[in-house]
Design a protein around this ligand. Structure first.
Ligand code: ZN
Length: 296
């Protein structure tokens, strides 16, 4: 696979190429995104609109090595109805367009790693065609998700979980045999691994890339969704176990800081990726970053 260089921001991690694809922007309630953090603190960096919504990204990094193309999460996609589009001030999305800008067709994606099955990470596994039918977006890919995440999503009885996973039949019935359920941390190809963090959902996973030359990368999905969430106590109200989110975050960020890994932010509207430093106990700072095209 030879993606067009310069079409999209890219990180070179040893002999892995990581392309910072995006499924565009959406807007969600600031209180949901920042949990116990008071609005006066979060709105400095994340201004809220009339409906208390903040602008969010949908960054989906793709790891390329040889013929393998591993996409991490799929954004919201184009399946939302009018009411949800309005609620999230959301258009069609652009993940497939970003892919094609690289000269890659959806059929060439070999793996899709899903951090968890909330709609803003897994909605793009299917696409709505002109007839209204939903078909797999990446028809030749294996879709990798933790078994526990899938079982909870399919069998939720708790009213909050049921709401969080209500799109799952519509998105996952069309995938049928291409779904692969993982039991814990799993090596996908040499150097690329999923790591279960829990916290945001009971079986939430992230992806790490460790190159032979010591360089590394991690997509921390909803453990560190925006640049502001590098702060230890800044977590989403959605987390089913916020203390475990904090523990996983501390562990992953410490590792990323010590080894100078690049990390990506699933939902930041300004920064796609960053490197960080442990400035003091419980204080992580960003040392260098890759901005979204809009924020220059
Ligand atoms: Zn999310």
């Amino acid at each position: 696979m030879q993606p067009n260089a310069m079409a999209l921001p890219e990180l070179e991690i040893g002999d892995f190429r990581i392309f910072l694809l995006s499924d565009g922007v959406w807007h969600n309630d600031g209180g949901c995104m920042f949990g116990v953090v008071p609005r006066v603190l979060w709105e400095r960096d994340h201004p809220a609109d009339q409906q208390n919504r903040v602008r969010l990204g949908l960054t989906c990094p793709m790891v390329v090595k040889g013929r393998e193309a591993i996409l991490t999460d799929t954004g919201i996609g184009n399946r939302l109805g009018q009411d949800e589009r309005k609620a999230y001030d959301r258009d069609e999305g652009k993940l497939v367009a970003d892919l094609r800008a690289l000269g890659i067709e959806p059929e060439e994606i070999t793996h899709v790693v899903l951090s968890h099955l909330h709609f803003d990470h897994s909605g793009g596994v299917v696409r709505r065609g002109p007839s209204g039918a939903l078909t797999p977006t990446f028809p030749k890919a294996r879709y990798l998700v933790q078994r526990g995440e899938y079982e909870i999503a399919r069998n939720a009885t708790n009213v909050r979980l049921r709401a969080a996973y209500r799109h799952v039949p519509e998105c996952f019935d069309p995938l049928a045999d291409s779904l692969e359920l993982l039991d814990g941390n799993t090596e996908i190809i040499p150097g690329v691994e999923t790591v279960v963090t829990a916290g945001h959902t009971r079986d939430h996973q992230v992806i790490t890339v460790k190159a032979a030359d010591g360089h590394g990368f991690a997509h921390l999905a909803d453990i560190v969704p925006t640049r502001s969430h590098i702060k230890p106590a800044w977590n989403q109200a959605y987390d089913v176990d916020p203390l475990r989110t904090m523990e996983a975050k501390a562990r992953m960020l410490e590792q990323a800081a010590a080894a100078r890994w690049w990390i990506t932010f699933a939902h930041d509207d300004k920064l796609l990726a960053a490197r960080i430093e442990q400035a003091a106990k419980d204080r992580i700072v960003i040392t260098d970053s890759v901005a979204t095209a809009e924020s220059g």
